[in-house]
Design a protein around this ligand. Sequence first.
Ligand SMILES: NC(=O)c1ccc[n+]([C@@H]2O[C@H](COP(=O)([O-])OP(=O)(O)OC[C@H]3O[C@@H](n4cnc5c(N)ncnc54)[C@H](OP(=O)(O)O)[C@@H]3O)[C@@H](O)[C@H]2O)c1
Length: 300
Amino acid sequence: MWTKNNIPDQSGKTIIVTGANAGIGYETALTLYEAGANVILACRTQDKADETLNQIKKHTGKGSLETGILDLSSLVSVKQFAENFLQTHQQLDVLINNAGVMIPPASKTTEGWELQFGVNFIGHFALTGLLYPLIKSTPDSRIVTVSSMAYVYGKIDFDNLKSEKDYDPMREYGQSKLADIYLSLELQRRIEAVEDVVLSIAAQPGANKTELARHMNEEAYNAAVERIGGLMDPWQGALPSLYAAVSPEVKGGELYGPHEEGGYKGYPAQAILLPHALDEEVAKKLWNFAEVVTGVSFPA
Ligand SMILES: NC(=O)c1ccc[n+]([C@@H]2O[C@H](COP(=O)([O-])OP(=O)(O)OC[C@H]3O[C@@H](n4cnc5c(N)ncnc54)[C@H](OP(=O)(O)O)[C@@H]3O)[C@@H](O)[C@H]2O)c1
């Protein structure tokens, strides 16, 4: 059983966690701080980032903390965050693409993407690409992208990425989380093709008590919890991201998540990816599309 007690000393490492102010991102940032890393809390507002920093500082940690403003629903904000970071840092050991939104009322990003596709995938795609040169120049670096078991029912509908058709919140969530798997796996293939030494790893946290379900109605929420047989606490949901970020056992191009009850509970282990997630043709198509619409190309 892999727990946070297995985390090696992270002193000297610089790690960005997106969505660090809540749920799984908060627990991920806190644990890495405790383990000695310099953790950058990337949050939507300075107030949220400052509050998180003060909260984490109440714990005993060997690390240090910084804050950054990152709104993944705006490519201007993503570019600003990356630019600030690159101007002020000489290394990036781990980027943890954790932030996410699930089944919001129909809404769009600044650039017009359906919100879940835009925040969960497009924003993280651009962020990863903009930071990639620094990640690549940092020895033993990693990119962890947080997906979900919702990828199982995901399908990329290239004709509906701006909600051109009807809006089905769960369908679009599944699409965005499958896109995160494609981002992670296709990136690893591209890294290997150019012989860079970076690991791109996907994680999924299982089913946890966080704010993610804030847009679910009570009846649907209770039914889902009953079906799953209860939820884990966010510290446990953070373990797959932490495992992917620090364990010497993990491999690039793989998915790690809780190993019990269909991936919804338990401690981190390598997960079996369903065939549609391994479809290299769709992954390539999505990648090329994302490069065009964000104007960000990598690895290079
Ligand atoms: N909880 C689960 O059981 C579960 C299951 C499967 C996958 N996941 C995945 O785990 C990740 C973390 O989710 P969570 O459960 O910790 O949810 P959460 O408690 O709702 O936290 C989500 C985080 O993402 C941030 N975020 C949302 N929209 C953003 C944007 N436009 N720009 C930047 N940050 C944004 C939120 O910031 P604000 O506070 O400002 O909104 C918050 O910090 C997500 O990728 C989610 O899909 C969670």
